[in-house]
Structure formats: structure tokens, C-alpha cells
Design a protein around this ligand. Structure first.
Ligand SMILES: [Zn+2]
Length: 522
């Protein structure tokens, strides 16, 4: 007896016909394709690389054809003459429409029931929503691959990698579009999913919040009208600000706190940290730092410290939003500052700047700020940089009590933040090197999926529960753990059960992806 077409709410798929028969036919077709490539007795004369690539292409194309046939044979997404549009008005069935998608198997043309809403002057296909193809021509797997690649390399390089590694042709422009869409999605997710650290999760006795800014190169169009430090007043970069949270309960041989592996999370964006006393809302960056602190349970740590390079905006954010936290100038920065001054005083080529700087570094380590200031004062009258450094040390002296901090077992270095900044520059430099790679680069993380999202986009490495959940690693987790579009787990699938997938739009117009009905066979 034949199979009755099954009707269910939505664009799900009916179970297919004889599985065994299909499998045999499928295997036979793949074998035929491969045999056509390799003539008998020709093994030793083969260009093996060409054969493996060609064989992959043919096997995939057989598979693509099979999947396409199966999907198109299922017309259960036709749910009657009318369907409610998301606007609440009825949408009229307007026949099946073909659309070609780029999938991991190659191009696939799917025929979907199309409903048109006169009120919206637009239409929709339930099947697209059910299959995760809404508003895109890239399949979920290709979207994932694209996001992954674009987070690592430029769009142009992503396009090349996808073709070479996956045999998938995604034009550079589409890589850009997909990456930017993912970036926006991730950024939105970061803003709205702020689950505090669950109470049952322990918090390290001391937590550190590092804040820093770094310039990243931008394309010219992103910099129009922005003041910068170039001689003509223009700018070549924009500042990414990042906040990093970590714990440092471990100690090295010398008893210096070292950051705990896996404890580092961060969040970054091209955002302002400026705020006026009259502002009721925190600046965009301060809000970001607060969200990240909330996720990490920063306020639950017995001891909290904010580390920064001494830039005033950092202490403003700290004073306004983390007033109870101890403030520490990153020791590396402070020493670098003194080394730079030494070079200005003595000349970079002289032998004198190194011992002078070394003496200041030792004074800093010993907590002798007065000695540092006295040594600087000698040159403050003649060397502008020395005078500025006096101001810097004077302003920050309470944040530079390194001997005290060390005795209290506190971490005084933002090495973590520095590493992130390095990653930011490296990433942006690489992205900028590709002519086709355009757009701001908001997220200084080598594996951020929002490689080129809008300037407001952002990224964080890992979360604590919620849709952004991911294990904490030093390196950011793969995009799927952060991006709502990537949430589904990836499993090896040997056989696909053409079970109804539920649909993107339930009959009442509401979205409902979770609805999975049991397979209906007869
Ligand atoms: Zn409508």
C-alpha cells in the first residue's frame, strides 16, 4: 500500500519510503561515480589529489541530489490555502517556490510552499524556518563553517578556505554578509543574556577585572569624520575597549600570583566609556563590563581588584561602577612608562637609559614611590615626558603600591589583557590585509564569530549558563557556544530520520521550533 501524504502543523517532513532500497541505490550511484573517475589498472598513474577532490565532489553531489529529492518530495509544508502571517493577517498560499541553497553537500534547490501576505506585501516559507534556512541562502552547516572561518581570517581568505577545505563555494560577499549577521546576533545575545553566576557555583576569593583599550586599523569609510592622531587630524584606527575577568589563586615558584587556567573571560567592543556626572545610564562600555562582572559573580568575590594601564577612563568606570574594588595600575605598563621616559631622557641609543629604568623598576617593586618621583623630578624641568610621568605616578601612586599588593597576594599584572590586545591587533591586521575584507573589526578575539559585525558588535569568550554557555578556556570557545544561531550541538549523523522537524511558524503564527511530533507513517 502506498504512503499517504501526511499533514501536520507546519513545514515538517514526512518519513520517506523503503529505506533499504534507497540506501542500496544511493551506494550504487556513489560507487558508479567513483569508478568513472578511476579506470581499472590506472592506480599508479593517478594524480591522487585530483582524484580525491573529484571523488569528494561527485560523492557530495550524489548526496545533494538525494537529499534534495527527499526534501522536495515532501510537500507537507503546504498547510492549506491560508496561513496566519506573523503580522496576524492571513497569508495566501501562492504555490511552491524554488530557491537554491549552498549546503555542505553543494548547491541544493529546494521547493517550498510559499505564502504571501498582502498586508505585509511579503511572503514566507514555513519550510525555510523549519530547516534553519530563513532569510539566507546558506545552510546551517555552511553558516557554521563560514562563521568559524570568518572569525579567524579575512572574508576573502574564508572564501578560499571554505572552497579548499570543504569544497563549498561561498562568495566573499556572502561570507561578509553571514559574518556580519552572526556578529549582530552574538552582540545582541551578549547584551540581553546576562545570567548571574548561579549561587551554587563557587567564586574565587579574589577576582580581577582588567580594562584596556587598543587601536585597531579600520577601512577608510569607517573612519570618515573621526578625529585621530594623524598629522592631518584624521584617524587610521578606532579603539576597541575590552574588559577581562580572571582569578589568580595559583602561585609560581617565587610566590607571585599566576592567573588560573581556564578562569579568563572577556568582552570587547568599539564602544564609548565616556559618561557625564548627570548621565543616568552607564556608558556602553561600562554596561558591558558590568554584564561580564555579573556573569562572573564579581560582586561575590571577597576581594575585588580593577587593573588598568592608568588611563583615566578606566578609573572612572571603576569608581562609578565597582567602587568597592581595589585599583591597581598594571605593573607592566608602569614599568614600560618609566622605560620610555628613560629613553627620552638619555636617548634610545645611549647605554644610560637601561640602568636608570632598572633602578626605577626596582623602586617600584619595593614600593618606594617617593624615590621614583625624586628621580623623575631631576629631569622634569627639562624633559616634558619626565614631567608628565611625575603626574602619572603622582595621580596613580595609591594604585602602584606593588610591595603591599604583593604581600597581600594580589596579582598586579594584566598580562591576560595584553595577550588579548595582541590578539586584537593581530586579528585586525590580518583582516585588513585582505582587500575584500572590509568593515570594522569589533571583537579582538581570534575566534570571534563577529569578525566584521557592525561597530557596536561585540564578543565575549565564555559564559555561565544560558544560551551563551560554554566551558571556560583561555582561548575563546568556538562560535557555536556563543551564537544563538549556532546553539544546536553538532553530532555525527549516520542516518537521518526524516522525522517531522516541527515548523518555524505554528498555525497561529507564533514561532515554535520546539514542536516535534512523532513520525507519522501508515
Ligand atoms: Zn503579514
Amino acid at each position: 500500500m502506498g504512503r499517504r501524504p501526511t499533514r501536520r502543523a507546519g513545514g515538517g517532513l514526512a518519513r520517506g519510503g523503503q529505506k533499504g532500497g534507497f540506501k542500496t541505490a544511493f551506494d550504487a550511484e556513489v560507487v558508479r561515480e567513483i569508478e568513472a573517475l578511476i579506470a581499472p589498472g590506472a592506480a599508479d598513474r593517478l594524480d591522487f589529489e585530483a582524484v580525491e577532490i573529484a571523488a569528494r565532489r561527485r560523492a557530495l553531489s550524489v548526496a545533494a541530489r538525494a537529499v534534495q529529492q527527499r526534501l522536495n518530495a515532501d510537500t507537507s509544508d503546504h498547510a492549506g490555502p491560508m496561513l496566519q502571517c506573523h503580522c496576524g493577517q492571513p497569508a495566501r498560499y501562492a504555490g511552491r517556490r524554488d530557491k537554491t541553497f549552498t549546503t555542505a553537500l553543494g548547491e541544493m534547490t529546494l521547493s517550498r510552499a510559499y505564502y504571501h501576505c498582502e498586508a505585509c506585501e511579503s511572503g514566507f516559507c514555513q519550510r525555510d524556518a523549519a530547516l534553519g534556512l530563513e532569510g539566507t541562502s546558506l545552510s546551517p552547516a555552511v553558516t557554521r563553517m563560514t562563521g568559524r572561518a570568518a572569525a579567524m581570517v579575512s572574508f576573502e581568505e574564508s572564501h578560499e578556505l571554505l572552497e579548499e577545505l570543504a569544497g563549498v563555494e561561498v562568495p566573499t560577499k556572502h561570507v561578509e554578509r553571514a559574518a556580519e549577521a552572526l556578529g549582530r546576533e552574538v552582540a545582541e545575545d551578549e547584551k540581553h543574556v546576562v545570567d548571574p553566576l548561579p549561587l551554587e557555583e563557587p567564586v574565587a576569593p579574589t577576582l580581577y577585572l582588567g580594562m584596556d583599550g587598543t587601536g585597531v586599523p579600520m577601512r577608510t569609510s569607517e573612519l570618515e569624520g573621526r578625529e585621530g592622531k594623524q598629522p592631518d587630524g584624521s584617524s587610521k584606527t578606532r579603539e576597541v575597549k575590552l574588559c577581562t575577568l580572571w582569578s589568580a589563586e595559583g602561585r609560581d615558584e617565587e610566590g607571585t600570583p599566576v592567573r588560573d587556567e581556564g578562569s579568563v573571560t572577556y568582552s570587547a567592543a568599539i564602544e564609548s566609556a565616556a559618561s557625564k556626572d548627570t548621565d543616568e545610564e552607564p556608558s556602553a562600555f561600562a554596561a558591558r563590563a558590568m554584564r561580564e562582572a555579573t556573569r562572573r559573580g564579581f560582586d561575590r568575590a571577597e576581594r575585588r581588584a580593577v587593573l588598568g594601564d592608568g588611563a583615566p577612563w578606566i578609573w572612572n568606570v571603576a569608581n562609578d561602577h565597582f567602587p568597592e574594588a581595589l585599583q591597581i595600575v598594571d605593573r607592566f605598563h608602569a614599568k614600560q612608562h618609566l622605560s620610555d621616559v628613560a629613553k627620552t631622557i638619555w636617548g634610545a641609543k645611549s647605554d644610560s637609559h637601561t640602568p636608570w629604568a632598572k633602578a626605577r623598576h626596582d623602586e617600584l617593586d619595593a614600593g618606594d614611590i617617593d624615590a621614583v618621583l625624586a628621580a623623575l623630578a631631576v629631569h622634569a624641568g627639562t624633559v616634558e615626558e619626565a614631567r608628565q610621568c611625575v603626574d602619572y605616578v603622582t595621580t596613580n601612586r595609591d594604585r602602584m603600591k606593588y610591595a603591599e599588593f604583593h604581600a597581600a597576594g594580589l596579582c598586579t599584572s594584566t598580562g591576560v589583557v595584553e595577550a588579548r590586545k595582541f590578539a586584537a591587533r593581530r586579528r585586525s591586521g590580518r583582516a585588513a590585509s585582505g582587500p575584500a575584507c572590509t568593515g570594522p573589526w569589533p571583537a579582538p578575539t581570534p575566534s570571534s564569530p563577529c569578525a566584521a559585525a557592525s561597530s557596536a558588535a561585540a564578543s565575549r569568550t565564555s559564559g555561565n549558563g544560558g544560551p551563551c554557555s560554554a566551558p571556560r578556556h583561555d582561548l575563546p570557545p568556538p562560535p557555536e557556544s556563543r551564537c544563538p544561531g549556532f546553539r544546536r550541538s553538532r553530532r555525527a549523523v549516520d542516518s537521518v530520520d526524516w522525522r517531522p522537524l516541527g515548523c518555524g511558524r505554528a498555525a497561529d503564527g507564533s514561532r515554535n521550533r520546539a514542536a516535534r511530533s512523532p513520525p507519522t507513517t501508515s
